[in-house]
Design a protein around this ligand. Structure first.
Ligand SMILES: *[C@@H]1O[C@H](CO)[C@@H](O)[C@H](O)[C@H]1NC(C)=O
Ligand SMILES: *[C@@H]1O[C@H](CO)[C@@H](O)[C@H](O)[C@H]1NC(C)=O
Ligand SMILES: *[C@@H]1O[C@H](CO)[C@@H](O)[C@H](O)[C@H]1NC(C)=O
Ligand SMILES: *[C@@H]1O[C@H](CO)[C@@H](O)[C@H](O)[C@H]1NC(C)=O
Ligand SMILES: *[C@@H]1O[C@H](CO)[C@@H](O)[C@H](O)[C@H]1NC(C)=O
Length: 353
């Protein structure tokens, strides 16, 4: 059997003609014209539910259990035909909702640091193995323990095991103080056989310094991770965790980038088209046990050939010059604390509790 497969491969190399009557091994070649994306909307292991429950009394972070749950969801999505599985922000080991700052998290800080994911660790290799074994792309959202600090990270793992890791450039107020700042070089759009994928998380979708540079790189699909979103008009939700505000940013992003968008979060999950309008939607009121994942297929024919930029777009070098030229002369030229690069060493965090 193996011999004949090998022969078929050799024959194909020799004749170099795909032709009809494809050999059996060819059926395993992915159809890059049809991308099926799965969004994980189920909560991490041991995460307080229902969605707006922020009572962590007696609850422990559990990276190992969350990795096992994540692997199961990746397998489940792949068995349903997914080529890409997208996780919400900080899904590993869970967004510390209600205490995502360096003060209120104090009693859980040791546990949170202990359960943050290290690239190259056994848990990491397990997740990479789930991508390669199931031949899917996986976008992870995780608290990254790296060189003595924590980062809000996203990683795109390819079916061949290749990894691209990025850090949220500026964690939001409160978050910034626990997690350190990322690097501007990490605003990269990744070329895949399905097209060009841009990756950002949560409030990055509100900052022109992050959206402009990503959109300038010609995305054909945007992958966006939020931690969780309740349904509209949930009275206990703050504006920054509400669906209304975060979905507004996502819709505007899709319109500006002229790309479909994957809106991943625990609870609400949905796909937007390139006009910012809804494709498949699942609301937070739907049980995450009954529906842990949602799916959407995209016709990606020809998208891999998309050029990495357009000089005529709304996010071009010319527009950037216009912004510089138009910047009011009377505003002092100072960097300010938003742009300042902050690193909060774990040692310092632990010393402060
Ligand atoms: C939080 O959960 C603990 C343990 O289940 C319970 O004793 C406590 O009453 C809860 N607190 C609130 C504010 O609901
Ligand atoms: C988690 O898994 C790792 C790797 O398998 C293992 O070394 C570690 O002991 C586990 N941690 C806990 C708390 O079980
Ligand atoms: C794309 O792939 C999905 C998942 O395998 C499948 O359900 C769908 O029919 C495919 N679409 C086309 C146009 O082939
Ligand atoms: C905690 O956060 C505050 C504001 O977010 C910051 O000023 C402070 O330096 C942080 N503390 C530590 C130990 O990082
Ligand atoms: C996919 O898009 C291509 C290019 O626009 C088009 O030619 C083709 O008919 C589409 N395929 C399907 C199944 O809609």
């Amino acid at each position: 059997m193996r011999f004949f497969t090998l022969l078929a491969v050799l024959l194909d190399v020799v004749t170099a003609s795909p032709g009809p009557g494809a050999y059996q091994y060819k059926t395993k070649t992915p159809d890059y014209n049809n991308l099926t994306v799965a969004i994980v909307r189920q909560e991490p292991a041991k995460w307080p539910m229902p969605l707006m429950n922020k009572n962590w009394t007696g609850v422990e972070f559990d990276l190992n259990a969350t990795v096992a749950k994540g692997v199961h969801l990746i397998e489940h999505a792949a068995s349903n035909g997914a080529n890409l599985v997208v996780f919400p922000e900080l899904w590993f080991p869970g967004y510390p909702k209600g205490m995502a700052d360096n003060v209120t998290i104090a009693p859980w800080l040791n546990s949170y640091i202990e359960n943050s994911l290290v690239v190259g660790s056994t848990q990491w290799n397990t997740l990479v193995g789930a991508a390669t074994k199931n031949q899917v792309y996986v976008l992870l959202g995780f608290s990254h323990k790296d060189e003595g600090a924590l980062y809000m990270a996203q990683a795109l793992v390819s079916p061949d095991g290749t990894q691209f890791v990025r850090h949220k450039l500026r964690p939001s107020p409160g978050e910034r103080g626990l997690w350190s700042d990322g690097r501007i070089e990490d605003l990269k759009v990744i070329a895949t056989p399905y097209g060009r994928w841009g990756i950002l998380e949560c409030w990055e979708h509100f900052h022109p310094a992050m959206t402009f540079n990503t959109q300038a790189q010609a995305e054909t699909l945007h992958l966006a991770s939020w931690p969780y979103t309740p349904d509209e008009a949930t009275k206990s939700a703050a504006y920054w965790e509400s669906l209304e505000i975060n979905l507004a940013a996502a819709r505007i992003y899709a319109v500006n980038a002229q790309t479909p968008l994957v809106f991943a979060s625990v609870g609400n999950a949905r796909f937007l088209d390139s006009q910012g309008l809804d494709l498949t939607v699942v609301k937070a009121s739907t049980s995450t046990t009954q529906q842990p994942l949602i799916y959407q297929s995209f016709n990606t024919t020809g998208l891999a050939a998309t050029l990495p930029y357009t000089t005529d777009g709304e996010q071009s070098w010319g527009v950037l010059q216009e912004m510089l030229t138009g910047f009011p002369l009377y505003i002092p030229k100072v960097l300010g604390s938003f742009v300042h690069h902050n690193v909060f060493p774990i040692k310092g965090l632990l010393a402060s509790i």
